[in-house]
Design a protein around this ligand. Structure first.
Ligand SMILES: [Zn+2]
Length: 128
């Protein structure tokens, strides 16, 4: 019979978490617990105080701006950069990237990456 990794209690084989000390018993269970905790922390951290809805609205606005600018300048060489920046900053895309990475990207790296893409687009616009 398997026993708990942490407290040594005998476990029923199908347990993902120890009923006594709640320690995850498989790597999969540990990962899911971590995802859950991170999700809760993110939800709590990006609440009204940090301006969660406001930030995502700003990201939508910037995203659509980037996509429109990208389509308008597509033939000028800058388009792909503006377009990428616009797509990248959209909250659903952020969510997708974050779920792929398994962690939150955070406001600053998002802003930085978006700024770099817009700057690259602007540079391409000037050069081409
Ligand atoms: Zn235990």
């Amino acid at each position: 019979m398997p026993s708990c990794r942490n407290c040594g209690r005998d476990l029923d084989g199908s347990c993902n978490f120890c009923p006594t000390c709640a320690t995850p018993q498989t790597d999969e269970a540990a990962r899911r617990l971590e995802d859950y905790i991170e999700g809760r922390a993110r939800a709590a951290g990006s609440g009204a105080v940090e301006g969660g809805p406001l930030r995502s609205r700003a990201q939508y606005a910037l995203g659509y701006l980037g996509i429109v600018a990208g389509l308008a300048t597509l033939t000028a060489g800058a388009g792909p950069f503006f377009f990428l920046a616009g797509v990248f900053v959209l909250p659903p895309v952020q969510g997708l990237i974050e779920s792929r990475l398994g962690r939150s990207i955070g406001a600053r790296p998002t802003a930085a990456a978006t700024a770099v893409l817009f700057a690259a687009g602007a540079a391409a616009f000037v050069v081409v």
